[in-house]
Design a protein. Structure first.
Length: 322
């Protein structure tokens, strides 16, 4: 019973995390006058500042608990899951569009689940095939129209966007797997504090982007444009990085990696919903089918894990380092 409750609490955390993460797909559209590097700098400077404020009173205590390997892990996770991922994602949205990017990002659950299925004692991959098939079908439906309808974007730009989208998938797959396994081993740091520590490290890393941005992008912007940039960056940092990442870390401690992967579907689904709202239209038949497929994929994955045993037993497997 306890394991069953943990599973549903974890799923709820993953769903809300996806809802707030979907906002990051809109940011490049809202700030089209700014480059991907500028968007990344704005978001993660804001993330670092907010995290530093929230953790300031406990910084000395928390930092003293971390070992050198844990500090190195924070540096790596901050880079691969935040800085690198968002540069690639922003470039993909800018050059390839929201629909194409959300299609490719929709394959994240497949990559994470396949890797998670190799953990000792994990649910066998063959039992997850129905769920993965539904996941792939849903992702294809989300982006199908974007691929078949003629685009006004140059072919070269679409190819760059596609390459960046796949790079974002690789980057965030590494992050999701490594972060989940580190959270399983941490005993002295809560999932929320791990997120805030990641934010401080990410903010510090983003400072290195300042000279790069100044050299690469010298486009001038009005005071109102900079004000909008600051507001959007702060909102994305708070919603996606503070709230979303915090919920994701909490979920990662409650669910096995094979189920964690499925939760990424909610980001794709909510990105689609926000995109529809931005375009002020109702979903098409394919998009409605995608919604149903995403829900069925997650529900079938939960059912498989329920039949294999409690989530707590599965979680214990992940606490054994590779």
């Amino acid at each position: 019973m306890l394991g069953h409750r943990r599973t549903w609490v974890g799923v709820a955390c993953g769903m809300v995390a996806g809802a707030v993460w979907g906002v990051v797909f809109l940011a490049p559209e809202l700030l089209r006058g700014f480059s991907a590097l500028q968007l990344t700098l704005g978001r993660y400077l804001s993330y670092g500042l907010l995290a530093a404020i929230l953790i300031a009173s406990r910084w000395r205590e928390l930092s003293g608990r971390l070992t050198p390997p844990q500090w190195r892990a924070l540096v790596w996770l901050a880079f691969v899951g935040n800085t690198l991922y968002y540069i690639l994602l922003s470039t993909a949205v800018r050059t390839g569009g929201i629909a194409m990017t959300s299609l490719v990002i929709g394959f994240l659950p497949v990559a994470v689940t396949i890797i998670g299925s190799r953990d000792r004692g994990a649910v066998p991959l063959r039992r997850l095939l129905p769920s993965l098939s539904l996941c792939v079908a849903g992702a294809v439906c989300i982006g199908w129209q974007a691929l078949v309808v003629p685009s006004s974007r140059p072919i070269a730009a679409q190819m760059i966007g596609l390459a960046c989208a796949f790079g974002a998938v690789a980057s965030w797959t590494i992050y999701a797997v490594d972060n989940s396994r580190w959270l399983a081993r941490l005993e002295s740091v809560s999932s929320d504090d791990w997120n805030l520590l990641t934010g401080v490290v990410t903010g510090a890393q983003s400072l290195a982007l300042i000279p790069v941005v100044l050299l690469v992008d010298r486009t001038s912007h009005s005071a109102s444009a900079w004000a909008e940039f600051g507001v959007v960056s702060a909102c994305v940092a708070f919603l996606a990085s503070i709230v979303g990442n915090g919920l994701w870390n909490r979920m990662s401690r409650l669910l096995p990696l094979t189920l964690v992967g499925q939760m990424i579907l909610f980001e794709t689904l909510f990105a689609l919903m926000y995109g529809l709202a931005w375009e002020r239209r109702l979903p098409t038949l394919l998009e409605s089918v995608a919604f149903v497929l995403v829900v069925l994929s997650v529900m079938s994955c939960i059912a498989v894990h329920g039949s294999e045993g409690s989530a707590g037993d599965q979680r214990a497997v992940l606490e054994v380092p590779d």
